[in-house]
Design a protein around this ligand. Structure first.
Ligand code: UDP
Ligand code: MG
Length: 338
């Protein structure tokens, strides 16, 4: 049993969400009323172009449990989450979407398990994906399968998103992971510690539009696989070796044929097939190299994952030493030194 005077921060990245912010806050307040003194909300504004920020600032006037970390531009949901993980100092953190696709009442269950069973990573499992299209379900199932086959140590459970409760010690471990390519699903699993799943039904977005499309999802999947497995990079030597052996065998066969029957002219089609096949294999392998090299260059440049332009609300009083409300250019590395 953990201590009774705990705080749990709901961390909510928002990007052009003027339609959903207010509903989110009122629903959370209503559903989590029983834990009122333990819950704080931290919005991370990921460079919204609409009036999301103004709406949050208005809400802050009436409610002193709401903080806002404003990023200097759109860095992506994963970077926004990283900003919050670096800055928020609560006993546990719950990453949530603002569109209420992560039902607040499930947070009660998360907290109960975290507190009573002392589980460090309580993750939400979507039990009903009937809201998603068949294509989305099949592709996402395929992704989990491939990811877990390729990644030899870090395994991610299927139908699990960012919605979960993570204990402070996982948050502190995550702060030490310096990578810029932040595939959070994998990173949440990386520190280890005790984990338990809680099933929940994922409703439709309350308002507004999803920011995802298939091209983004495909790149997201690539990010995940490339950052947690180097098998795609290494497999080419085996494929090359295998094709080499076949080619050698074929060569001996051709030489044998020439010796036995003299030079035979036909062979145009088979030559072309072999050339095209090998050409495509080579292009694929160069492409895979490119996937890794591109990400490697991102990492080597060492740019900050996000840049904070301001922090307001209760969080601004709890920032790590040496950071003021108007700090610009917080880097992931800077944070880990505190
Ligand atoms: N989001 C963000 N930055 C982005 C895109 C999305 O902070 O560049 C936030 C968005 O405001 C929402 C959450 O990430 O709170 C999930 O986004 P969305 O609902 O579009 O994704 P989906 O639920 O469809 O996967
Ligand atoms: Mg959503």
């Amino acid at each position: 049993m953990r201590k009774d005077d705990y705080t749990v921060a709901l961390v909510v990245p928002v990007f052009n969400e003027h339609e959903t912010v207010e509903t989110f806050v009122s629903t959370v307040k209503e559903k989590l009323a029983s834990l009122k003194d333990h819950i704080e909300i931290v919005f991370v504004d990921d460079g919204s172009k609409d009036n999301t920020c103004q709406i949050i600032e208005k809400l802050q006037e009436k409610d002193d449990s709401i903080s806002l970390i404003k990023l200097s531009r759109n860095f992506g949901k994963e970077a926004a989450m990283s900003a919050a993980l670096d800055l928020v100092d609560a006993d546990a953190i719950v990453p949530m979407d603002v569109d209420l696709q992560d039902p607040p009442e499930v947070v009660l269950e998360f907290i109960k398990i975290w507190k009573e069973e002392e589980i460090d990573n309580v993750y939400g499992v979507r039990v009903d994906r009937s809201q998603d299209s068949e294509a989305k379900r099949v592709t996402s199932g395929g992704f989990y399968y491939v990811f877990n086959k390729l990644s030899n140590r870090v395994k991610i459970p299927s139908n699990v998103g960012d919605f979960r409760l993570i204990d402070k010690k996982i948050v502190e471990t995550l702060r030490q992971l310096p990578e810029r390519n932040r595939f959070m699903k994998g990173l949440y699993a990386w520190p280890g510690f005790s984990a338990k799943g809680v099933g929940y039904e994922r409703p439709q977005r309350v308002a507004g539009q999803t920011k995802w499309n298939y091209w983004k999802l495909w790149n997201f999947a690539l990010d995940g696989i490339v950052s947690f497995s180097s098998l795609p990079l290494r497999v080419w030597s085996y494929i090359g070796g295998f094709i080499g052996i076949l080619a050698l065998a074929y060569m001996f066969w051709v030489i044998f044929e020439v010796i036995m029957g003299g030079v035979s002219v036909p062979g145009y089609a088979s030559t072309l097939c072999v050339v095209l096949f090998l050409g495509s294999i080579q292009l694929i392998s160069v492409g895979v190299l490119g996937e890794y090299l591109g990400r490697l260059s991102e990492e080597i440049k060492g740019r900050p994952v996000y840049v904070v332009s301001k922090v307001t609300g209760p969080l601004s009083n709890q920032l790590p030493k040496g950071m003021s409300v108007t700090t610009v250019g917080v880097t992931h590395n800077d944070q880990t030194k505190h």
